[in-house]
Design a protein around this ligand. Sequence first.
Ligand code: BGC
Length: 733
Amino acid sequence: MDIEALIGSMTAEEKIRLLAGASFWSTNAIERLGIPSIVLTDGPHGLRLSASDETGDILSNTKPATAFPIEAAMAATWNEELIGEAGRAMAEECQHYGVGILLGPGVNGKRSPLGGRNFEYYSEDPYLSGRMGAAFVKGVQSGGVGTSVKHFVANEQETNRMVVSTEADERTLRELYLLPFEMIVKEAKPWTIMCSYNKLNGTQMANNDEYLNGILKNEWGFEGLVMSDWGAVGDKVASVRYGLDLEMPGPGARDAEVLEAYRNGLVTDEQLDDHVRRVLGVIRQAIEARRDVPALETEKHHELARKVAEEAIVLLKNDGGLLPLRKRANVAVLGRFAEMPRFQGGGSSHMNPAKLDIPLDALSAFANTVYGAGYTDESIDEELIEEAKELAKGKDAVIVFVGTTEKIESEGYDRADLNLPASHLRLIEAAAGVNPNVVVVNHSGSAIDVGPFESLARAIVHAWLPGQAGGSAIANVLFGETNPSGKLTETFPLALEHNPSYLSFPGHIRKVHYNEGIFVGYRYYDAKKLDVRYPFGYGLSYSRFDYSRLELSAADLTNGELLRVKFDVTNRGDRAGKEIAQVYVRDVLSSVAKPEKELKGFAKVELAPGETKTVEIELDERAFAHYCEHLGRFAVESGDFAILVGASSRDIRLSAQVAFRSEDDIREPLTSDHSLKEWLEDERYSARTKQAFAGMNLNDDSPIFPILLGMPLQKLEIMMPNLKAFVSELSEG
Ligand code: BGC
């Protein structure tokens, strides 16, 4: 496809037609020029292809495809290679169905644990989201299918998501919410980005020149196309003028408006051609990479989905080594989710699994089981509770399945609290009342309040929404076929009220203020020295891992240099296992507010019993930088940085220090708005300031001196006209 030749032969009407979809899930074709249409569809954990596009039947009646664990679970594997493989498998399924673009991954932040779509996002940590997202994008695109990284940007809630304006400062946006997009765009070159519904600081994302053109396309060099979230375009002409390439879904109803704007000179040829070039570029990529995949590899992909689910499961508690359970033990399995698996979330990611493992069946392959439903919905059913108690009595262990329901956790609304349904809690209580060996298996896509049952359960397994093979993955972990190796990618707080966004989430219908700034998740709990239920990066194994011999490649560092962090991890357990080693950086002394520590590197290491491996992680300049608004870029402040190596954000095993001698001067220049005190104390200006005031005969014992010190220079000048000359000399300097 010769794109420039096509652009040269297209009419304005044809160009405009290409800038909106043809239907719910496809782009426009232009037969006259041989431009084909491509199909684009959800979603982040597997393919959800509507069987009937014409009717706009978007949620039900979808084609069978492999349902992988939801994104939060994929991130909990911390295994980029595995996520890449899952992406590649999804691409194969897209090829089979003729889909050109898979609408994912979602990389929004987890500002509040209540975010209704948190299950669809990777982590509260933007660096981890960026790494997992890049791995996923590379995996899918290696199979010749495009991705759409969504939702760009600052869309951290469901409440009012289509109308609210996120109000956030630039440093917060750069360091937290833009960072995953930046990392993915630069490293993985996604074919497309999907803009979000919300406004950002007052401007609709679908026509946000500063973000779409300024940051995404110009600054980061994004070459693909920006599509709208479904129905996110308000002012179509503005979206064409300010950076949106493709309005979805189709058919476009406002082509005439755009044509008129074009004829009036409001939309330029250059703008139209740039959009068309991007849309055609993606169509060409999809067409050239299209392959004939005659059959779905259902079994192979199911195995892969199981592997991801196994690596995602986080063992939260295991008192006295209750797990793994003994094979052939007598076990009561309680809770309806054991029979009707809770394996995915609600909304646009909801798909039709090609196959489905039932946890109860999988457990029964290892043990002698009896089963009781325990609940049918959220309300307590005393009859089922009584039955459960009888079943639980005298058994070697009781496995209780609980979790959020789709009524609680879905796209479209946020959660009201972190509670499990009353009927699920009652079931745990009932089981613990008659049997001390309770294992709770929790299915939720995000943090829950474990408080009400933590002391009742000897073991707690956070199984997420684990996809279609979750049932057998859980059984493999519980019976020790697999050594658990997932770690939390979000903090489980002791109380919802401890969350930094508690008082401002979800805000008002017009605005939500991200008041907590960069202090989200562990960045906040650490800074406030708050205890948490389970920290970021936490997860148990059936093995124990030791850390030793931390070595840094340099004692000091400057811009453009890499620091190599080397250390050993040893498996002290008697079974093979995987450990996720994490590297955090702490700025020992900073002139701006900074988190206690921030994740800057990690590695998942597989170790045989007794084996030691050396892990090497590279940190580049960015690992030490923060965003300086006045410089308009990331920069490093000179000083000491601690390199912390740990098994979680609250379990640091090794540390060392490096001195960064930065070429960046991150200090803001002083202005006449700054106070005399600041002028006197700033080493860049103090000598000159003292000199300027030397002749003034100002006595620093005078009772008015503190007042003068606190005044901005410009006010000093007004109050004391005889200072005018000094003030202007200083502020000019
Ligand atoms: C969601 C997107 C999704 C789209 C298409 C929207 O409501 O926010 O994530 O890709 O629908 O289903």
